[in-house]
Write a protein that binds this ligand. Structure first.
Ligand code: DGJ
Length: 564
């Protein structure tokens, strides 16, 4: 009976409507009390993503991609659409790759984030069609300060912009025509790691003329810089600010043209400015050398927000083992005007800690890069199966449970809902902090990393700092808990105990279970050794546990006073 009551309470908490959304609503972003969710088919959706390699969206390589996606338990695959393949000659469009992606994603019950490899790819013009690359007079390139033509398209060129807008609008029109009812495609990345590699800004004559002109008055007002030329308004940052404005303004117009056809959420991924460690006397990385100048890097966020309002998210790609840097980047891109989304990260030992940390910071999604591990330009080992033979592949990719989303794939909607409500918290192990306290509104969760945990001893931590835990608040003293290499126990917050010392907290019930179609189902009740020293989550695929606590007096005051 108690279980029924508990389950019913949980359902109320997890299924409370968050918006008067219809299930046929186009995927969109929702903001509530400062928290974000991506809404798909009327419900919050957590993107458990996997990005395939750059050259994998082809019939020959997609089977390995779907196999890897299954092995990783992703719910969404991020896959490129190549401008050069989609528009091989001006104005003639070939959507066969898009159709293949959408058809096969549906066979595997996966969503898609389409990556528009258009004018920019890693700060260069790799995926621009040949008819554009070979005609730099019509479609101008950026020039560096010495007049060298770069393999970067000039963002001040109307011809370049018009060509990209036309192609991207055609893509979005096509996506609408095949997917408006099914919502397989839930989000679109506009360009890839934009900005210029090779120069701080475009020095071509047309760009120079714009640089010598006035900063748009609206931009100067929004950024609280003085009116004037770029040099007058931005001083030493003039070159990079000009590059950021030109790039953002261009991409904002591309996105707007696409949204006019089919307004899916759109984001730009970021090759951000990594700290320079090479030389002691260089205190900052240099734009156009260490990172593509004018992209949505940390310092350029305000310019991008002002100049590209049709871009919903600036989303950092994260490629570093430096967890402190990850925290800084999360803090930089998690803003009131910017949902946190990590569209690329390394796949490997840091997957789990970064994913948990992002989740605890309200991320709407997280996606490692290169999940299909087909980066090498080799022939596939096995005969290529025809799409008609899907679903296939026999060759299973083996992925460590600690590096996959198995635990979160079924409760993804519940987790996204909890995040939208601001009720989800995580703790991630760091060097020197094998024990951490997560302060929840009604209780503290004390998380200890590493095993064994002998009584009375400080927890040992893990050799590579991989411990992590999640605690989500379902009701006043009702929590959903999981983790890797961690134990979790609950105490009353010190501040509350100081006010009312005669209180203690104890477990009423701990249920191990899972979500099936969004409904919590208990597998077993945990007690005895499984709860005596907190909830224990070792390695392997950990369980999900719902724990209901209550408080009671530490001692009965009436009896206590009588016996004194
Ligand atoms: C970041 C890019 O956005 C991806 O497309 C890919 O090139 C990775 N870098 C490779 O590390």
């Amino acid at each position: 009976m108690k279980k029924l009551v508990l389950t019913a309470l949980a359902l109320v908490a997890l299924q409370a409507p968050i918006a008067p959304a219809q299930s046929n609503d186009i995927p969109h972003l929702q903001k509530k009390d400062g928290h974000f969710a991506l809404i798909v088919d009327g419900k919050p959706f957590l993107v458990l993503g996997g990005q395939i390699n750059n050259s994998s969206a082809w019939p020959a390589t997609l089977p390995a991609a779907w196999s890897a996606a299954e092995a990783m338990h992703v719910n969404t695959v991020e896959a490129p659409v190549y401008w050069e393949q989609m528009e091989p000659t001006k104005g003639s469009f070939d959507f066969s790759s898009v159709d293949l992606l959408v058809d096969q994603a549906r066979q595997f019950h996966l969503h898609l984030v389409l990556l528009w490899f258009g004018t920019w790819k890693n700060g260069q013009n790799h995926y621009v069609p040949e008819w554009i690359k070979s005609d730099p007079k019509t479609y101008p390139r950026e020039e560096n300060a010495y007049g060298k033509l770069l393999d970067v398209m000039s963002p001040t060129s109307q011809a370049n912009l018009d060509a990209d807008k036309t192609a991207f609008a055609a893509l979005m029109r096509h996506v609408k025509s095949i997917d408006a009812a099914q919502h397989t495609v839930i989000m679109v990345q506009v360009e890839n790691e934009s900005g210029s590699v090779g120069s701080v800004r475009d020095f071509s004559p047309a760009a120079q003329q714009a640089f010598d002109g006035q900063v748009p008055a609206e931009l100067a007002r929004t950024l609280h810089v003085p009116d004037g030329t770029w040099t007058q308004s931005f001083g030493p940052d003039a070159d990079e600010s000009f590059a950021a404005y030109s790039t953002a303004h261009y991409i904002g117009q591309v996105a707007a043209a696409g949204k006019a056809e089919y307004p899916l959420p759109m984001y730009c991924n970021v090759w951000f400015a990594y700290p320079v460690h090479a030389l002691e006397n260089r205190d900052r990385p240099s734009a156009g050398q260490e990172y593509p100048s004018g992209g949505p890097q940390q310092a350029n966020i305000p310019i991008w927000k002002a100049a590209a309002p049709s871009i919903d998210i600036l989303a950092p790609d994260f490629y570093s083992d430096d967890f402190t840097l990850f925290r800084t980047i999360v803090a930089t891109y998690r803003r009131a005007d910017n949902p946190l989304f990590i569209p690329e990260s390394q796949l490997g030992p840091n997957f789990g800690r970064y994913f948990f940390y992002a989740l605890g910071n309200g991320a709407i999604g997280f996606s490692p890069f290169g999940i299909d591990r087909t980066a090498q330009a080799t022939q596939p080992a096995d005969p290529v199966p025809a799409p008609a033979d899907l679903p296939l592949p026999n060759a299973r990719v083996s992925i460590n449970p600690a590096e996959n989303f198995a635990l979160f794939n079924a409760p993804d909607s519940a987790i996204a809902q909890l995040n939208l409500q601001g009720d989800l918290f995580t703790a991630v192990e760091e060097r020197g902090s094998a024990r951490q306290t997560v302060h929840l509104p009604t209780a503290d969760a004390v998380v200890s990393f590493g095993f064994p945990q002998p009584d009375g001893a400080y927890p040992p931590g893990t050799p590579t700092f991989q411990g992590r835990a999640m605690v989500a608040q379902l009701g006043p003293l009702d929590f959903l808990v999981t983790g890797f290499n961690a134990s979790v126990r609950f105490t009353l917050p010190a501040a509350e105990l100081a006010k009312t010392p005669n209180r203690q907290i104890e477990i009423l019930r701990a249920e191990e279970g899972q979500y099936v179609d969004g409904v919590w189902q208990t597998t077993r009740i945990l007690n005895g050794d499984q709860t005596d020293r907190g909830l224990n989550f070792r390695s392997g695929t950990p369980p999900l546990v719902r724990i209901l606590l209550h408080t009671l007096p530490l001692y009965d005051e009436a009896v206590h006073h009588k016996t004194e």
